[in-house]
Design a protein. Structure first.
Length: 195
């Protein structure tokens, strides 16, 4: 059997998608390993989760590094990362990193793209926009990372119903559950097929 694919995860917050990936790896569903977790917030839950799992956890931001993009590129090289996974990363990925991981970097967005993506479409704003639009279906979208926000090729979308009495919070929670079941499948399918 080939060595597991080495994932590098970029995150900013809570880290529930990271937790779901780690759970899929533990179950044997995702033949990969999370080899480094990098966050731009020192208090990101994702860093804490990584430390508890003995995964190198790095805080890299403009406060800690003069050139955070170069520091991230360097860390990804040092940890021999072959696939870059954005899991709630709230910063623009440095163009040098995007170029280095062209075709090997993915993001998960909590709504259909391109309609509910782009600048300002993050966190609860996304679910507020979905509810305001009146659509009856939302759901996470996994796409390739390019220089523009939320604009790379769509790899998968999981439909999730919008219910009549949804608030942004109830919709977000339903979509998040779908994210947790979708992300590892797409990563396995796209990058780990011959493992
Ligand atoms: C998720 O809703 C994801 O779609 C978006 O950011 C959120 C991250 O949540 N990109 P978590 O940190 O993985 O819990």
């Amino acid at each position: 059997m080939k060595a597991p694919v080495r994932l590098g995860v970029l995150a900013s917050g809570r880290g529930s998608n990271l937790a779901a990936l780690l759970a899929a790896i533990d179950r044997g569903d995702l033949p990969a390993t999370v080899a480094v977790v990098i966050a731009n917030n020192s208090n990101a839950g994702a860093l804490e989760l990584a430390r508890r799992a003995d995964i190198p956890a790095l805080h890299i931001s403009s406060r800690t590094h003069a050139d955070p993009g170069a520091a991230i590129a360097d860390a990804l090289r040092r940890h021999e990362i072959s696939v870059l996974v954005l899991a709630g990363y709230m910063r623009r990925v440095d163009p040098r990193v995007v170029a280095e991981f062209a075709g090997r970097a993915v993001n998960i967005h909590p709504a259909p793209l391109p309609r509910f993506g782009g600048a300002g479409m993050y966190g609860m704003h996304v679910h507020e926009a979905v509810l305001a639009s009146g659509v009856r279906e939302s759901g996470p979208t996994v796409h390739r990372v390019t220089e523009a926000y939320d604009a790379g090729e769509v790899l998968a979308h999981r439909p999730v119903p919008v219910l009549p009495d949804d608030t942004p919070e109830t919709l977000a929670a339903r979509v998040l559950q779908a994210e947790h079941d979708l992300y590892w499948r797409v990563i396995a399918e796209q990058f780990c097929r011959d493992r």
